[in-house]
Design a protein around this ligand. Structure first.
Ligand code: GL4
Length: 841
């Protein structure tokens, strides 16, 4: 390619191509230039937002140079690439991350100081990129960071929602949702108006035989919506690799937009068509672990899958390879079942467009795809109504039926006459209306299926996918335990702790190889080190206390034990267990004399998290927490012994303040319900201990850091079924201490007895599905043990340091390497040469 360009042109290009700032002076030149020209501001009206914008643009320039080179390098290397398809990418802020990854945060800090700004204030101007709900979306973001940091040729594909997850406000104790319009100024994306894909919906299928006797299938008419690519650079840490996250935005296709209508004065209907197209990428569905079969959601899924597949196939075709080599060049990971239509779409492209034989095409498809399951909750498993698909994607429904037919035929041959098995594993559920079981389609269309923590991967094999293990054998189903990026979740969120660790280990190499943390263990007896460790935790708590005061008006004592539960609000995550425990503690305090109270360990219980707007029970839990807080925080008998805080609008950037400030965090889901959890890893990595059930990754965290460093409680997942059964058929009674909590709530102490009664009723009348009562005693006893342990600060800090030292396993780098080796079969790109070039310049 390069040799086709004349030397004098190449020479000029080389001479003038920007090299990027490295010094403070160069940075200041860049930022001032951007503020004055790109933003048309000056010294006299440059506020913090403008300073942020200028800084972001200066760093963007640097990233985009590396981005260009990375893309060229990957094209020349011509290796297999991984495409990560996810409907959610919960990226958070980009500037701090970019500065740290490029390694120029100090340069920026000093440059900004010269210009009259504090770097923290500048960083705080940025709006979070919140294109996700919770753990699933944040995992995708951690994976992008690791894939870039490890130099894998990787692309993310998602949707460019105009509105991310809603902003949460609390009014009179109730959650209120505010739309999250985040695109006013977003320097981190590049609109590629030249990279578009036309995506078809509705219409009908025409099947005929052509003159040569060949079966032709064509999908005709319907409507066309155009996908426009927006590229977001994803910088790796300490490497020249900057990968790409491509987000699709929908707009009316120029062919579709009816100019004749416009001319004839039907402006309104012409504009309505346009708006209908733009609606597809307008808003993120705000549910976590819940599926609601809405047509617009199906449209989003197909729109994004079709655009991404077209793009991937287009890139493959440029290499002029045979179709049989497609799986040697392309791996596609399905992040949950949301992108499962991509399986059907690739089969459609290969058969209908490229003319491959059905079976040849299907072999290519199954070698290309792999699928990650993220939940066993039945209400989260996607099932699309057959009539809905029939109408929106008529050709895809035919293909699904054909896939099903040939799959069931294979099953029938292997297990003759097992009619029930056929019914159970069919991709079509014979319900009213019929539905397509998307998880089953994803399994059939993939060569590997993985769960996200050991227990979860075992559970999917013995419960929801049991029959498929019989059919395909056990090797198709594997475990890849989740991980988190230590760059954002240690170095960025907790810079002082990262620095202290680096001072002991001799370098920041642990950020690239987290297992090096084990070299901290010998320091657990180092007095000076422990003192510094404790000081850093205290400083982080002071910072959070200031945030709490500013946002809630409640003053909390940073010397108290900070007990944190931040995550989506969901009955299975059991924030209700936590708040009932808080009321139990309140009753205990009230029952003591003022002398006895002096012996108690003061505690601040902090909650945060969003409830899906349509999830009434979750909203009621938020309301109860806030009302309990009002009563307890204003009771003079309690004082500093107990404070209850609900932090508004929990998101990635708030997590970066909250997590480093925790002493204890709560991961207390009913055993067998939380597939993995990832905040548990973040808290421990930041020197906090956890209270948790034997669920998800808690189990592996315990194995790594040692049982003596974790506060475990509650029933085991293997006993859950029997316990539930017992609620209805045994002589079952609610825990007596919990009953006292209920009595207080019902007395009206916290108001709103009606709604809160429903929370109680779920436990006392409706079978206590989440086993709150069964685990209550064990939970409160364990909380008492935590109080006792916290009183011995020296022992506590020892536990914290030991735990951090043993957390190396939970980096997303390990996790991505496992995916690369066992599922994707891809290699990182060699960037040694590029690094040398860089070192020379
Ligand atoms: C989730 C799980 O609930 C969570 O345990 C897991 O850590 C996360 C990433 O694998 O995926 N599944 C869904 S759905 N939402 C999640 O956060």
């Amino acid at each position: 390619v390069e040799s086709s360009i004349p030397e004098h042109m190449r020479e000029a290009w080389r001479k003038y191509s920007p090299s990027g700032f490295t010094t403070k002076d160069q940075f200041e030149t860049e930022i001032v230039r951007h503020i004055e020209t790109t933003l048309a501001r000056s010294l006299f009206n440059c506020d913090e937002l403008a300073a942020y914008s200028g800084t972001a643009l200066a760093f963007r320039d640097r990233l985009i140079m590396d981005w260009n080179k990375t893309q060229q390098r990957q094209t020349f290397a011509d290796q297999k690439r991984i495409y990560y398809l996810s409907l959610e990418f919960l990226m958070g802020r980009a500037l701090d991350n970019a500065m740290l990854n490029v390694g120029l945060k100090n340069v920026a800090k000093e440059g900004l100081a010269d210009l009259g700004f504090r770097i923290e204030d500048v960083i705080n101007q940025e709006h979070d990129a919140a294109l996700g709900n919770g753990g699933l979306g944040r995992l995708a973001a951690c994976f992008l960071d690791s894939m870039a940091s490890l130099n894998y040729p990787a692309w993310g594909y998602g949707l460019r929602y105009r509105y991310g997850i809603f902003k949460q406000e609390i009014e009179n104790g109730y959650q209120v949702e505010i739309p999250d319009y985040w695109l006013d100024f977003n320097p981190w994306e590049f609109a590629r108006h030249d990279v578009t894909v036309d995506v078809q919906f509705y219409g009908w299928v025409n099947k005929y035989t052509d003159d040569e006797g060949k079966q032709i299938v064509s999908w005709q008419d319907g409507e066309i919506v155009t996908a426009v690519a927006y590229d977001v650079p994803v910088p790796g840490y300490g490497t020249p690799t900057v990968n790409n996250l491509r987000l699709w935005s929908s707009k009316a296709s120029s062919g579709e937009f009816d100019f004749s209508k416009f001319n004839s004065g039907e402006y309104e209907s012409a504009v309505a068509d346009q708006q209908r197209a733009e609606t597809i990428s307008a808003v993120l569905y705000p549910n976590d672990n819940l599926e609601r079969g809405k047509e617009l959601r199906l449209k989003q899924q197909y729109f994004w899958c079709a655009a991404s597949l077209f793009d991937i196939v287009r890139r493959f075709k440029k290499t002029n390879r045979k179709w049989s080599e497609f799986p040697d060049q392309v791996a596609i990971q399905l992040n949950d079942t949301h992108p499962t239509l991509a399986v059907v779409e690739l089969q459609r492209i290969l058969v209908d467009k490229e003319g491959l034989e059905w079976q040849t095409a299907w072999d290519i498809v199954t070698k290309t795809f792999s699928y990650t399951n993220h939940t066993v909750l039945p209400e989260a498993l996607e099932k699309w109504s057959v009539p809905l698909i029939q109408n929106l994607l008529p050709r895809h429904l035919q293909i699904i039926y054909e896939i099903n037919l040939s799959f069931l035929q294979t099953v029938e041959r292997r297990f003759p006459k097992d009619r029930e098995l056929l019914g159970r594993v069919s991709l079509i559920e014979e319900s009213q209306p019929k539905t397509v079981r998307m998880a089953y389609l994803a399994i059939v269309g993939s060569h590997k299926v993985n769960g996200v923590a050991e227990l979860h991967s075992d559970l999917i094999k013995t419960t929801i996918f049991k029959d498929f293990v019989r059919i395909y054998g056990p090797d198709k189903f594997i475990n890849v335990t989740n991980g988190i990026t230590p760059r954002r979740w240690l170095h960025q969120a907790n810079p002082r702790l990262s620095e202290l660790i680096a001072s002991k280990l001799g370098s920041y190499e642990f950020l690239k190889d987290l297992t090096l943390l084990n070299k901290l263990e010998p320091f657990v007896d180092d007095k000076e080190f422990k003192k510094e460790w404790a000081e850093i935790k205290y400083a982080n708590k002071v910072r959070l206390a200031q945030h709490i005061l500013k946002t809630t008006g409640v003053s909390v004592n940073p010397k108290a034990l900070f007990d944190v539960q931040v995550k989506r609000i969901h009955e299975y995550k059991r924030q209700q267990l936590n708040v009932f425990g808080v009321i139990h503690r309140y009753l205990a305090i009230k029952s003591l004399s003022s002398e006895e109270r002096k012996k108690l360990a003061p505690r601040v219980t902090i909650f945060g998290g969003k409830a899906a707007p349509g999830y009434w029970m979750a909203k009621t839990i938020i309301h109860l927490i806030n009302k309990v807080g009002e009563v307890i925080n204003n009771d003079p008998d309690v004082g500093d012994l107990l404070k209850v805080i609900f932090l508004e609008d929990y998101n990635v950037s708030k997590a970066e303040i909250i997590i480093p400030a925790s002493d204890i965090s709560e991961h207390i889901s009913t055993a067998g319900t939380e597939a993995s959890g990832t905040s548990n890893m973040k808290f421990v990595l930041n020197g906090g201990l956890i209270i948790g059930t034997l669920d998800g990754a808690n189990i592996e965290i315990t194995r790594e850091i040692g049982e003596q460093n974790v506060f475990l409680f509650g029933n085991l997942s293997e006993d859950v079924e029997d316990l539930r059964h017992n609620h209805f058929y045994g002589d079952y009674q609610v825990d007596p201490e919990l009953q006292k909590v209920f009595d207080l709530i019902k007395s009206g102490k916290f108001g709103d007895e009606g709604s809160f009664g429903a929370l109680i009723g779920a436990i006392t009348e409706h079978g206590d599905y989440y086993l709150v009562s069964d685990d209550f005693n064990s939970y409160t006893k364990t909380q008492d043990l935590i109080d006792e342990t916290f009183k011995n600060q020296d022992e506590w800090v020892t536990k914290c340091i030991t735990s951090v030292a043993r957390m190396g396993f939970f980096t997303s780098d390990r996790c991505i390497n496992e995916y690369a080796d066992t599922i994707w079969n891809i290699e990182p790109l060699d960037v040694a040469e590029e690094k040398q070039v860089r070192a020379r310049t």
